[in-house]
Design a protein around this ligand. Structure first.
Ligand code: SF4
Length: 275
């Protein structure tokens, strides 16, 4: 799809923002959410969990390490870590100094080491060494909050889960899907708008859109294929060239092509640039 002309888009975004502020009728919201989900599916066909893992325990460990770190940074330390600690018991019996050194580069290594040792011990004591697969049981384990539990459920156990991280919360509020700020309330509000079977993949696609297009400070509105259904269109630059310069990630050429913008219309942002 290509983004339609800017002036009509700005007018329809203003009307939509007014409708959302006044209380969008449920049927209209459901249709708009459905169109946005379909567009997200087409725009981010490569969306997936970016943490490397082969078992639920490995994903739990990687997710704990990903707090205040990048998935890429975590993936650099986990191959050696998973080889050294192949089971919950191995974490429970880990030498703290050695474990801290192995995960040092992910930041907050002392807290994370405590979580991993505590997680291993709790999984051994309460679950016979096997990571449980219900939200209630997972959130009772050291280091595992609701967000981490939903990541594990959705990606290691195929149980639908909505992952509310900072990107997710920002986007669904910008889109007028919910006004809630509390992550649990956001999870419930958005869960009511999306078919349950789509929760996990929709979470990935929304997070990918937040990383690549709809940035916190300067969203790339003029290069965004969700613009026709977004009440926040115009929060960032709407001029195609300026917006294109903000689009990030390996699928940038595809994203620009989908938005109808030639790739050479704007330079790619420098790696690590945070618009
Ligand atoms: S980039 Fe702009 S138009 Fe696209 S979703 Fe974000 S705020 Fe809306």
């Amino acid at each position: 799809m290509t983004t339609p002309a800017r002036a009509p888009l700005a007018r329809s975004a203003a009307k939509l923002a007014k409708r959302v502020a006044e209380g969008e009728p449920p049927l209209g919201r459901a249709r708009r959410v459905g169109r946005m989900l379909r567009e997200l599916t087409a725009t981010h066909p490569d969306a997936h969990c970016e943490l490397d893992f082969t078992t639920p325990l490995e994903l739990a460990v990687a997710t704990i390490l990903s707090a205040q770190s990048t998935d890429k940074g975590v993936n650099q330390v986990t191959p050696a870590l998973f080889a050294r600690y192949p089971s919950a018991l191995a974490y429970a019996e880990a030498d703290r100094a050695e474990l801290e050194q192995m995960i040092h580069s992910t930041g907050f290594f002392r807290n994370k080491a405590s979580s991993l040792i505590g997680l291993g011990a709790a999984v051994v004591e309460r679950h016979g060494g096997v990571l449980p697969h219900t939200l209630d049981e997972l959130v009772k384990l050291p280091g595992i909050g609701r967000k981490t539990a939903n990541v594990i459920l959705g990606n290691a156990f195929d149980v639908p889960g909505i992952t509310v991280d900072t990107h997710f919360g920002r986007l669904v509020r910008r889109w007028g899907w919910t006004e809630e700020e509390d992550p649990v309330k956001v999870e419930h509000a958005v869960g009511a708008l999306i078919p349950k079977r789509e929760w996990t993949m929709a979470s990935h696609r929304i997070i990918f859109h937040g990383r690549r297009v709809c940035h916190a400070r300067k969203p790339a509105c003029g290069a965004c294929t969700l613009a026709p259904d977004c009440p926040s269109y115009g929060t960032g630059p709407v001029e195609p060239e300026k917006a294109a310069a903000l689009v990030k990630g390996p699928s940038r050429p595809f994203l620009l092509a989908r938005a109808g913008i030639p790739e050479d219309a704007a330079p790619a942002p420098a790696p690590g640039d945070t618009p």
